[in-house]
Design a protein around this ligand. Structure first.
Ligand SMILES: Cc1ncc(COP(=O)(O)OP(=O)(O)O)c(N)n1
Ligand SMILES: Cc1ncsc1CCOP(=O)(O)O
Ligand SMILES: [Mg+2]
Length: 231
């Protein structure tokens, strides 16, 4: 897995984006699968890219989700769109799919394959790990995470098995404890509440609904970018 967009390795030989570049890429992190979109997923992603998203995660999940060849086909098309806009393409959960698609990275949670194992499989690709405690954060970093996903920050209806809403407390705590790795907040985030997430210590915000269900994915992405960027 090789990131073509910014072709250099960082100081620890892991993620091919320098830590500070990855922080920038996390600013407006759009996550989506075919079941999240109001309209055609490819068109939704194109509009989101036009609006200024900085990172994309393909999360094809749920009972109505595409499988096998259809999932592979859609993933391939979405990756192409991302790369036309120099937006790195991340795959959620499915490491084999990520490798087959030549994705720029993967995102895993505590119930997925262990980070250490995934790091070995993806080499220098971007590795994101969801954590819910300080201990999980330390372990993920130890095992090779490039960034952490923290949430749900606010109420979400998108993830059925989401943990309890935690607000921005964990974000604040991690920074107080000296955790400097790039972090993104997730869960119920919109252009109206994104500022609080950044102020608490996140480098960026991850959203599904705020862009995929907006009347205009382009405007929604633009508004999120504006609410995060000037801070
Ligand atoms: C950026 C980001 N943060 C958190 C998650 C959630 O991951 P996980 O807990 O593994 O849950 P699923 O997304 O797999 O349902 C994420 N996907 N992205
Ligand atoms: C994948 C995930 N992980 C924690 S909350 C969440 C869902 C985020 O979706 P939304 O932005 O629609 O609340
Ligand atoms: Mg997962």
């Amino acid at each position: 897995m090789v990131l073509q967009i910014i072709g250099h390795t960082d100081e620890k030989g892991g993620c091919p984006l320098k830590t500070e570049d990855l922080r920038e890429k996390l600013k407006v992190y759009f996550i989506m699968g075919s079941t999240n979109c109001l309209s055609d997923p490819e068109e939704t992603l194109k509009q989101a890219c036009e609006g200024g998203i900085t990172l994309f995660q393909f999360r094809e999940k749920g009972t109505q989700a595409l499988k096998e060849q259809q999932k592979l086909n859609l993933g391939g098309k979405l990756k192409e769109i991302c790369h036309q806009y120099s937006v790195p393409f991340i795959v959620n959960d499915d490491i084999d799919l990520a490798v087959r698609l030549g994705a720029d990275g993967v995102h895993i949670g505590q119930e997925d394959e262990p980070a250490e194992k995934v790091r070995k499989k993806i080499g220098s690709g971007i590795l994101g790990v969801s954590v819910h405690t300080l201990e999980e954060a330390r372990a993920a970093i130890e095992q090779g995470a490039d960034y952490l996903g923290i949430g749900p920050i606010y109420k979400t209806t998108t993830k059925e098995d989401a943990k309890e809403v935690q607000g921005v407390q964990l974000l604040t705590r991690l920074r107080e404890e000296g955790i400097t790795i790039p972090i993104v907040g997730i869960g119920g985030i919109t252009a109206s509440n994104a500022e609080a997430v950044i102020k608490a210590g996140a480098d960026g915000v991850s959203v599904i609904t705020a862009i995929s269900q907006a009347d205009s994915a382009k405007n929604a992405a633009k508004q999120l970018r504006e609410s995060v960027q000037p801070l």
